[in-house]
Design a protein around this ligand. Structure first.
Ligand SMILES: [Zn+2]
Length: 674
């Protein structure tokens, strides 16, 4: 809540009265002060919190009286001025914006239609090291000399020197992985007997476990952008936004920034950054470790920032899918089929204003759809691996880029079946030789450990979420196994390098997954049901075994670590509390459901794959009506489990907010633990 001081001109009262009569909504106002303060009470659990010296932007949105323009904004912290910027002429469009060093006044383009003359004034990359509460004040002046003030607060979380710091930070994020997803992975990979798990997942063996509250700045139900960003900035972001606070301009790349863990650790300790994912690397989770944007969809600008700001983040390893954003699109064409699958577009690229480039010392960006980003990475010293075979043969370079598909990588089931010669799905996608997440993690660790200052590594198991959205139960359950094998690699590394902290968590729960029981039928009998009546009686009641009828589904694991098949007799069955309509056979789906992120999804053979859960199995399954509209299951607001291992792991127990995790990591990496 912004505390507004009363106006300083008695005439204001008369004017205010007049204004309410003429245009009631208008009065000189600071309508947004950033960092945001707690709406409930300024003294309660402050909203914006920072590590000592962590950089962040200050910003105020000012709406002038009708017919007036904003001429000056001053920012004060604890009563001391930290930045003043003036506009000699009205700031009404981009051409009249004012830039002075790390400060600016620009039109608040998102609100100028409703409130003409509104501006956003910024002081970029501010920082303060004094722990404790701080008061932020903005004072705005308009052309008739009237001023108004807004006051908020933020807190600097002190770090105590406690001893041995964590030199390496590894965050493994199972996207959408709630408690049910973890349990399902254990049932498949380890099995149960007489009520006891016959083995534990790697993540189960971590000594400290907590529960994380996952809300974003604007909703109890977060998406993956703040779901990751909150962990590595210590601050809440809006849905779809990463590394930034919300603002009132329409530009997706000028929002008030918060320094990322990667940037802070690189700047203060010389650490490297590694990002590994099975998703497209433009996707929210990988990007929300290094890229600042108010629009997680702006792919060209997002991947360009990875390279352009490598000196800021220490980026040394980037592995995953997403080659479509790295291939030049000379014609800036929107029809990738005709070209090389490139999705680069001017429309989703970035150019930064000088206050940002000056304040944050970052590259300005350019509208360059025709950029050959792979070549630029190579020129910057990155070794490039387009497939698993080359990944295995690059040794341990100082910098490594691996792009193993046009967009999201194929899921574990399809990669493993491809290796087993049991399916050609990865061929249909054009990438028959993709690495598994544990193989990418292993390689990333071997490269990153070369930095004596240590590193920050984020590893994402992305398709737990993507397949849970599609309610493809068998595919997301096997994704949990792939993810846990990467967790094992990180645990092994931490055991060999004790100054390492490993955190296993999720950004949110996806689909309201519930392990409802197991099939009452053999696989053959279940297969036969696909040509039955598809009634609830026949294909639900006669199939779903609950309570004691569920017993212990038993999956055989092949030497490659994955189930021989998920179509076992009496298989585990999943229900969804956040589901959309689907036709359910309870069997594994021969093909994955179409992924709209794939540039060639509209052409054969990918366009022959099931289009969405609402049509998939429509002639072989029973309709299960969804709780939500649309074609996909959705995220839920449920807390998620977090597990920690290694140096500083004792800090991670109890119920915590996702933004708290950042400060626990800060304590471990800076102040250390006894
Ligand atoms: Zn999701």
């Amino acid at each position: 809540m912004i505390l507004h001081a009363p106006r300083f001109q008695p005439r204001a009262l008369a004017l205010a009265a007049l204004a309410t009569l003429a245009a009631p909504s208008f009065a000189l106002t600071i309508s947004r002060l950033t960092p945001p303060s707690n709406a409930i009470s300024p003294t309660a659990n402050t909203l914006a919190r920072f590590l000592p010296g962590q950089r962040f932007d200050l910003q105020a949105t000012v709406r002038p009286d009708a017919g007036q323009t904003v001429t000056r904004i001053e920012f004060k912290v604890d009563g001391s001025s930290v930045g003043v910027i003036s506009a000699a002429a009205p700031v009404t469009n981009a051409a009249s914006a004012v830039f002075a060093g790390n400060k600016s006044i620009v039109p608040a383009t998102a609100i100028t239609a409703a409130a003409p003359g509104s501006v956003a004034a910024s002081v970029r990359a501010y920082a303060i090291s004094t722990p404790g509460m701080h008061t932020l004040t903005a004072i705005a002046t308009q052309s008739d000399g009237l001023t108004t003030t807004a006051t908020g607060n933020f807190e600097v979380i002190g770090i105590t020197a406690q001893g041995r710091p964590a030199k390496n930070i590894i965050i493994l994020l199972g996207d959408g992985m709630g408690a049910a997803h973890r349990t399902a992975g254990r049932i498949l990979a380890k099995g149960y007997a007489q009520g006891k798990a016959k083995g534990l997942l790697a993540m189960d063996t971590f000594p400290f476990t907590g529960l994380v509250m996952t809300a974003s700045l604007d909703s109890i139900v977060t998406d993956s952008a703040p779901g990751m960003s909150n962990y590595v900035t210590g601050n809440k972001a809006n849905n779809n936004q990463e590394g930034v606070f919300p603002d009132d301009t329409t530009d997706s790349f000028d929002n008030p920034r918060i320094e990322y863990l990667s940037e802070f650790m690189h700047r203060t300790q010389g650490k490297s950054l590694g990002i590994v994912t099975t998703a497209d690397v433009f996707d929210a989770t990988p990007a929300a470790n290094a890229v600042h944007t108010a629009d997680r969809g702006k792919g060209t600008g997002i991947v360009d920032q990875y390279l352009d700001d490598r000196e800021r983040t220490g980026l040394s390893v980037l592995l995953g899918g997403g080659r479509k954003w790295f291939l030049p699109n000379a014609a800036n064409s929107v029809t990738p089929q005709a070209l090389n699958g490139s999705q680069r577009r001017t429309a989703n690229d970035y150019v930064l204003s000088s206050d940002i480039t000056t304040g944050w010392n970052v590259a300005p960006g350019a509208l360059d759809a025709n950029r050959d980003l792979i070549a630029d990475f190579q020129s910057a010293g990155f070794i490039y691996a387009p497939d698993k075979t080359s990944l295995d043969s690059v040794g341990t370079p100082d910098k490594l880029l691996g792009l193993f598909s046009y967009s999201n990588m194929n899921v574990a089931v399809d990669k493993i079946d491809g290796r087993r010669g049991a399916s050609t799905i990865v061929n249909d996608y054009g990438f028959p030789d993709q690495p598994m997440l544990e193989e990418m993690t292993d390689k990333a660790l071997s490269v990153l450990k070369k930095n004596p200052n240590g590193f920050v590594l984020t590893v994402e198991g992305a398709s737990i979420d993507k397949q849970a959205h599609l309610m493809d139960s068998d595919r997301w359950m096997v994704e949990v196994i792939e993810f846990d094998r990467a967790v094992q690699k990180a645990k092994d590394f931490a055991q060999a390098n004790p100054d390492t902290l490993v955190i296993v968590t999720a950004d949110h729960e996806c689909a309201g997954a519930a392990l409802i029981g197991s099939s009452l039928l053999s696989n053959a009998a279940l297969q036969a049901k696909t040509s039955g009546s598809h009634t609830s009686a026949d294909q639900r009641d006669a199939v779903v075994g609950t309570y004691e009828a569920a017993k212990f589904p038993s999956y055989s694991i092949q030497s490659d670590g994955y189930p021989v098949t998920t179509n076992i007799d009496n298989k585990l069955l999943v229900g969804y509390g956040a589901n959309a309509d689907r036709f359910e056979t309870w069997l594994s789906n021969a093909q994955p459901t179409q992924d709209s992120q794939q540039p060639f999804v509209g052409t054969s053979p990918l366009n022959t794959y099931p289009a969405n859960p609402g049509v998939r199995n429509s002639s072989t399954g029973v309709l299960i009506t969804g709780q939500v509209g649309g074609q996909q299951a959705v995220h839920t607001a449920t807390d998620i489990p977090l597990s920690a291992f290694g140096r500083g792991s004792s800090l991670f127990s109890g119920v915590m907010d996702n933004s708290d995790v950042f400060f626990k990591i800060g304590q471990a990496a800076i102040g250390g633990v006894r």
